[in-house]
Design a binder for this molecule. Sequence first.
Ligand SMILES: Cc1cc2nc3c(=O)[nH]c(=O)nc-3n(C[C@H](O)[C@H](O)[C@H](O)COP(=O)(O)OP(=O)(O)OC[C@H]3O[C@@H](n4cnc5c(N)ncnc54)[C@H](O)[C@@H]3O)c2cc1C
Length: 492
Amino acid sequence: MSYEVIVVGAGPVGLVLAIELELAGIKPVVLERLAEPAPQRKSRGVGPLAFEALQRRGFGPALEACQPERQDEKKRDHGSAKNHFAWIHKIDPDLPEEPDRTGRLIWQPDLERILAERVVALGIDVRRESTVTGLVQTAGQVALTVSTPDGERQLEAAYVVGCDGGHSAVRRLAGFDFPGTDPIMTARQAQVQFEDPEKLPPSGRLEGGMLIHGPGVLGAFDFLEGPDVPRGPVTPEELQASVRRVAGVEVTITEVSDALRFTDNARQAGTYRIGRVLLAGDAAHVHSPNGGQGLNLGLTDAVNLDWKLAAEVRGDAPEGLLDSYSEERHPAGAAVLDNTRAQSALMRPGPHADALREIVSELMDIREVNQYFGRLLGGLATHYPFSYVKPDDHQLIGCYCPDLAFVTNGPSRLSNVTTTGRAVLVTSAVPEAANGWRDRLELVEVDSIGDDRLSAVLVRPDGVIAWACAPGESPDEAQLRTALTTWLGAQA
Ligand SMILES: Cc1cc2nc3c(=O)[nH]c(=O)nc-3n(C[C@H](O)[C@H](O)[C@H](O)COP(=O)(O)OP(=O)(O)OC[C@H]3O[C@@H](n4cnc5c(N)ncnc54)[C@H](O)[C@@H]3O)c2cc1C
């Protein structure tokens, strides 16, 4: 039996991709190596673009529910409620000009549980204890070898998406290259029991790296370890040795649980597509978790890809649509890798980094610079240069649309009209040009759009502004027609 799309990996990116494909009318099969979801608390939250993507599909209330508790927890562990660049905690979480565009705090296992509940509700076929070990691509399909408790299976699909994390088997088996930079830091994070916690210096930057600790939690970002990093589970002895290098103190750790070891290895696949095999999330890019950007990047990959892949599978994709996934998302990934490299450079021990940190820290007190860092880490500076846009056209075309608060028979929001997963045209008067695409569009007629930069806006299924009109200007109908054709195909 051949499937339309096989998603490899039921981490957050694979789950979101599967949900979105289902919404777009495609029946995905998800293959996952683990018998149960991983319990490790990797990510502490999702950035603004990922939150907005989840909010557009109705996950907003579930994500909002845990905010007060998580905010207290973050303040306790980080010593600050502000966001950080290279652990310089100065970034105001709310951008003054767009205060609603912030991330949300949620531990990764909780996020995965919420996503898994939707996956079950939609009846998506998720096969656990199914590890992809082989992949052969031919002109018409991709054949996977899958190891299961009942033996080896062969599955075929028209397309395969590797959402199988940083050590992606799909990436390796399909022949993607993965260039980048080697780590200069190894970090360990765990729940711990100490005999002598009073010996630890306060959290912060120390002679060998960064130490973060709170009640029962320890994180050591170690720059002095060298290349011979132990493998396998993190032991109390390994963590003690790392604390010795980072903080210069000898502590006795009696118990370690939920431990993670990670580095600032920064690598990215050269392209996210080879024929019928695509990559998304950590499978496409790995970098240090500094700044909490991995999920923002990976979930934004998933929502950029799903509607394009669905159109390709259905056979109604306009020319070049699927290739635009890698063209758009590769530069976004490269930008994140670069800012995490910059953070590692600033976290390195020694007087040169000390001096540079001092300057960056002072610069962050300047309001515009502070906003720059907020936009950088949140991905809000992302802008796609569409070929049909000229320099004088609306500056928001190619940017992610905020959750507009408009008025249509009473107050409403963009996220209330995006749950179908279709593109949305919000306008006070439907332009003639839109009529040919009514079968593929949500048309929302509003009294007021709720953003003084806009009088009409076409939003792609992934939240990107495909076309816009400023107040007081007449709509450029030719450009609207081009935008609709580019993203949704020829008119009916
Ligand atoms: C300590 C730490 C803190 C972090 N903090 C943040 C943060 O605050 N904010 C943030 O945005 N990001 C953070 N991240 C990054 C974030 O956790 C990752 O970006 C995210 O997990 C990527 O999701 P994913 O679905 O792409 O991959 P994964 O979560 O790795 O999921 C991949 C899935 O594929 C499965 N799989 C692997 N190989 C196979 C195979 N051969 N066959 C079948 N299945 C397979 C795996 O079992 C796994 O379930 C952090 C990471 C770490 C390590």
